[in-house]
Design a binder for this molecule. Structure first.
Ligand SMILES: Cc1cc2nc3c(=O)[nH]c(=O)nc-3n(C[C@H](O)[C@H](O)[C@H](O)COP(=O)(O)OP(=O)(O)OC[C@H]3O[C@@H](n4cnc5c(N)ncnc54)[C@H](O)[C@@H]3O)c2cc1C
Length: 387
């Protein structure tokens, strides 16, 4: 589908082509198996690392590629168009753990955690949600208690994307006391590693979509974490997480656009091949109108996303635009994949054809990194903040 509205530089075109070729050669042959068997292994991340795709927005001084947000999103869309599960791994790693350490970590933490993550030798995960704390993430209950030069952590983190494959887990827990709760300001972020005694991988979710990327609970039982693994200031962890999720939402928007674009491209091809009443179904205006609306929504979502990403790269505030981009792109993905199934008819409803997986993969984009309802709350709140 045409990128004409977004003027890509030579470098961006080259990275787009690299991502496209990589996804076609290295991901497409395995995607159905990963979806069916419910999980890829760590080698997927190693392959992304070879291209530098796990350190795209990290400065070269910390072993990253030092690219801007727009270029990163161009690559991410190409990965998502082929395999949305690999795209969520790439999005979480690039937007959340790496960016949090870059922004708030000490030089020692950057040396120990950021550089290996930027090189892709260490895979990062983000553990904010809990079984009882989703949209209201500040109500999380996992607790850290200071004991000498260590914190002792207990609790259960839920829904951790590729938590079972991760080498570094950015984990949000309470550091206020049960007697003196401080709400969002009572939460801190710790850098955890899977070798820490008492850190266990709990239940693996059996999901509807993005089945390649394993989603797990992380169980913390008296995990002793050295003080030097506290990220930034005590009590600021929730603020750090929210600031990082803002740009994370751009990644989820790119993932959603990749899914939607893929569904559109498959639909355009299928409508030209499939004949009923002695003509290709693309000759029917009912199908043409669907394709036209699908293409319009994908193009509009991408235009909004790149406007928001460009604003971020200029250093402007993007709270509202990030939420608008995620809301529009993810609802577009769900709508476009629904239309794609309709265009494929019965063949859209079976696993033999690609749109069935795209439809299942699309749904979660409306849920994670803030549901559509939460994005609308943010957008509306910003309207009043500005007036
Ligand atoms: C596949 C997958 C991967 C994930 N990966 C991660 C991860 O890596 N790290 C992580 O920390 N989390 C992750 N999550 C968790 C995800 O961010 C949460 O699922 C999400 O924030 C919603 O929380 P919840 O599921 O508890 O739903 P709830 O918050 O219980 O929401 C239920 C419904 O109520 C609505 N609702 C809630 N509050 C309001 C309100 N104030 N106004 C209007 N409507 C409201 C919601 O929009 C939703 O429709 C993942 C989730 C999934 C499904």
């Amino acid at each position: 589908m045409s990128w004409a509205l977004i003027p890509l530089s030579e470098e961006q075109r080259a990275i787009q082509q690299t991502a496209r070729d990589f996804a076609t050669a290295e991901l497409a042959p395995h995607s159905d198996r990963w979806d069916r068997d419910g999980g890829f292994d760590r080698t997927v991340a190693d392959k992304l690392a070879e291209l530098g795709f796990l350190g795209m927005m990290i400065p070269e001084a910390y072993d990253g590629l030092g690219l801007d947000t727009c270029t990163y999103l161009v690559a991410l869309e190409e990965i998502a168009a082929v395999d949305a599960s690999v795209a969520v791994l790439m999005s979480v790693h690039n937007s959340l753990p790496t960016q949090m350490v870059l922004r708030y970590g000490s030089e020692a933490q950057k040396e120990r955690f950021l550089k290996p993550m930027a090189r892709g030798e260490a895979l990062g995960a983000f553990a904010l949600s809990e079984p009882e704390a989703g949209s209201d993430a500040a109500s999380l209950q996992a607790q850290a208690v200071l004991d000498g030069d260590h914190y002792v952590l207990n609790g259960v983190k839920a829904w951790v994307s590729h938590g079972s494959l991760a080498d570094v887990i950015l984990c949000m827990v309470r550091t206020d006391t049960p007697a003196e709760r401080k709400g969002a300001r009572g939460i801190s972020t710790f850098l955890l590693t899977p070798d820490m005694k008492g850190l266990g991988i709990g239940k693996k979710e059996d999901k509807m979509g993005i089945r390649g990327d394993p989603t797990v609970q992380i169980v913390l039982e008296d995990v002793r974490v050295p003080k030097e693994n506290l990220l930034g200031e005590e009590g600021m962890g929730f603020v750090y997480a929210m600031q990082s999720l803002e740009s994370g939402r751009l990644g989820i928007a790119a993932q959603a656009i990749g899914i939607a674009r893929s569904a559109l491209e498959h639909s355009v091809r299928y409508a030209a091949e499939r004949k009923q009443f002695n003509k290709p179904i693309k000759e029917f205006q009912a199908i043409q109108f669907k394709l036209a609306d699908m293409a319009t929504r994908v193009t509009a979502s991408r235009a909004l996303l790149y406007a928001a990403a460009a604003a971020k790269d200029r250093g402007e505030p993007i709270t509202q635009f990030a939420s608008m981009s995620k809301l529009m792109a993810t609802e577009t993905a769900m709508w476009v994949t629904t239309q794609a199934i309709q265009i494929f008819g019965g063949y859209g409803y079976v696993k033999e054809y690609p749109v069935e997986r795209l439809f299942r993969d699309a749904k979660v984009t409306e849920i994670y990194e803030g549901t559509s309802e939460i994005q609308r709350i943010v957008i509306a709140r910003e309207l009043y903040a500005k007036s």
